[in-house]
Design a protein around this ligand. Structure first.
Ligand code: NAI
Ligand code: MG
Length: 338
């Protein structure tokens, strides 16, 4: 049986190593995807002088589905973030970041929260400039955020639809409408409007961002689904990854009208690249989200159960989880369990 066509971008640093691990595990599940291998990031610059080659874009246009290893982005100068270019190119408006407890016995048990972050608007639009005073060209810095009714509604609607489809009960709209009355007030207004369409099906409340950040530490179990603007979502999703043991265990999905791109939340980890010790769980869980996206919930559940059993029953773990296994030994252990 032919698999589902999808683009595979190994990326930089530990990217190729954790992508190998994904292939090993998926191989044991009957290889549900037919990969079209493409380059991106520094690896692509070395091969063809462009961090985001036309062939890679063409491939995603064709498959509308991609799994992406982390890409190294030079700080300050150098080329523009390929991640941001991909979001814009394919209008990937929803950034979905679920966190779930995988390893019991940590600071928080039974965490299960999904965060939806608006991915194209807000303060991330980069409308920034300086105003000079006297001799100082950088005396004043100004940034403008942009939220649109259409953009907010699209993301919020996606979150509600996800909640209904996945049996979620409650959505919390996170904002700062008490101070940023226009920018995030508009988002809250759209949230309340969309909520009316789901009355009786999904419980809705709202929280101010700072109070939400505190509540996530004090009582994370009160949250089910969180929907918020770009910058707040960026910050809260890292905080939420911390609830379940860090970035190495957190997957992300970028969903758009034209394509969906799945990735680990962590970066290319240059400090451990090439050593064969990276933890592939984040990218494996991203692969799980990708399976859900193509309506293979059965395979997604099998994959998550396999990861959990290898870690918790076989006690095979990479160094960051307190074990001694290499990336490939860990992948082989998961492959046995799926
Ligand atoms: P990083 O996430 O790559 O690494 C932070 C720390 O976590 C390092 O000590 C690293 O060894 C460790 N770590 C990360 N992933 C791990 C894994 N799977 N297993 C075990 N340990 C792991 O963040 P950093 O160092 O700030 O960024 C490195 C590069 O990655 C930068 O060029 C950055 O721009 C890029 N980056 C790319 C992202 C993407 O493509 N989505 C996301 C974040 C960063
Ligand atoms: Mg971030």
């Amino acid at each position: 049986m032919a698999g589902i066509a999808a683009t595979l971008i190994p990326g930089d640093g530990i990217g190729p190593e954790i992508v190998e691990a994904v292939k090993t595990v998926l191989g044991a599940m009957g290889s549900p995807f037919d990969w079209d291998l493409q380059q991106g990031g520094m690896a692509a610059i070395q091969q063809c002088g462009d961090a985001l080659p036309a062939a890679t874009l063409d491939s995603i246009r064709r498959t509308r589905l991609a799994l992406k290893g982390p890409l190294t982005t030079p700080v300050g100068g150098g080329f523009r973030s390929v991640n941001v270019r991909l979001r814009e190119e394919f209008a990937l408006y929803a950034n979905v970041r679920p966190v779930r407890t995988i390893i019991p016995g940590q600071r928080y048990e039974n965490i299960d929260i999904v965060l939806f972050r608006e991915n194209l608007e807000g303060l991330y639009v980069g409308f920034e400039h300086y105003i000079p005073i006297g001799d100082d060209p950088h005396a004043v810095a100004v940034a403008s955020g942009v939220n649109t009714k259409a953009g907010s509604r699209r993301l919020i609607k996606y979150a509600f639809e996800y909640a209904v489809k996945n049996g979620r009960k409650k959505i919390t709209i996170v904002h700062k409408a008490n101070v940023l009355k226009a920018l995030t007030g508009l988002f809250l207004e759209m949230g309340r409007e969309v909520a009316k369409e789901y009355e009786g099906r999904i419980e809705v409340n709202d929280r101010i961002i700072d109070a939400c950040a505190m509540q996530l530490v004090l009582d994370p179990w009160q949250f089910d689904v969180i929907v918020t603007t770009n910058l707040f979502g960026d910050i809260l999703s890292d905080e939420m990854a911390g609830l379940v043991g860090g970035l190495g265990l957190a997957p992300g999905a970028n969903i758009g009208a034209d394509a969906a791109i799945f990735e680990a939340v962590h970066g290319s980890a240059p400090d451990i690249a090439g050593k064969g010790i990276a933890n592939p769980v984040s990218l494996l869980l991203a692969t799980g989200l990708m399976l859900e996206h193509v309506d293979r919930l059965d395979l997604a559940e099998r994959l998550r159960a396999g990861i959990s059993r290898a870690i918790n029953e076989d006690n095979v773990r990479t160094g960051d989880m307190g074990g001694k296994a290499s990336t490939q030994e860990f992948a082989a252990a998961i492959a046995k369990r799926v």
